[in-house]
Write a protein that binds this ligand. Sequence first.
Ligand code: CP
Ligand code: NVA
Length: 312
Amino acid sequence: MPLIATQVPAMLASDFRQDLDLSVDELLSLLELATDIKRDPGKHAAALAGKSIALLFEKPSLRTRTTFELAVRQMGGTSIALDGPIDEREPVKDVARNLDRWVNAIVARTYLQGTIEELSEWAAVPVINALSDLYHPCQVLADLLTLQEHFGKLEGLKLAFIGDGNNVAHSLMLNAARLGMHYIHATPTGFMPHPLVRDQAETIAVTSGGSVTITHNPMEAASDAHAIYTDVWASMGQEKELQMRRVRFDPYQVDEGLFALARPDAKFMHCLPARRGEEVTNEVIESSRSVVFDQAENRLHTQKALLLMLLS
Ligand code: CP
Ligand code: NVA
């Protein structure tokens, strides 16, 4: 008996290790499916019946972990959460080959993208990146749905990212580039996005009609933007650099003055958790134009869609 509703499109790739494992068509289908799930949350209530998903978290999480656990439970499956360094007691390849015999998918939040790749190499079941040092693809699925809901489209939107060239920025940049959006990133010298990800995004933008711009000027980025996005100045694992980063990023705080340069209907976005008074002021994150909790809600709907597409 099929466990998954037949209208769910299957993903060609067997893993979601990084953003480009989903093709543009699959990404657009996923957003459509997530919209449908949001409208009718009970629709896939038994879709994961009999399925088990392992959640491996090397780093803390509120949103990702809660929404994956809820997504699995609300679709009739079982999740098993395992915390701590994945390779503490045995090599990653052995962890992968053990889990592979018991579960139907592995969701992993790791320090290194290499750990995601290794899990994927050694486990036949789908591996989902729940954040690594290089990417946060599940976050950006929710961000794209949020933008689509507020603007009715994605193509042509100007998305300004103010801050560190980190995992969230990389995933946003790659997706914005391929969806014909205009991604502009303002950051100090030394904190630019990874050059290989930037090259990849710039190449993709050539054919999509989108663009990728990196600047040191936050005002240039914010001007006429549809959305201003920021993230913490020091990501998990970079805590020791926080004092130095506070000094370097101080001119890059998203405050009301900077936000006023954006379009009148612009939205403020943040993956959360946020540090008020650092990358964003309390006024901006609490303003009526902030959509941070819409983004958080959409994590649930988009991850349900992702699980359905990967496991169908
Ligand atoms: N945005 C996000 O991934 O939040 P968590 O770290 O709480 O999962
Ligand atoms: N860039 C942040 C995102 C947290 C969701 C980090 O990696 O800590």
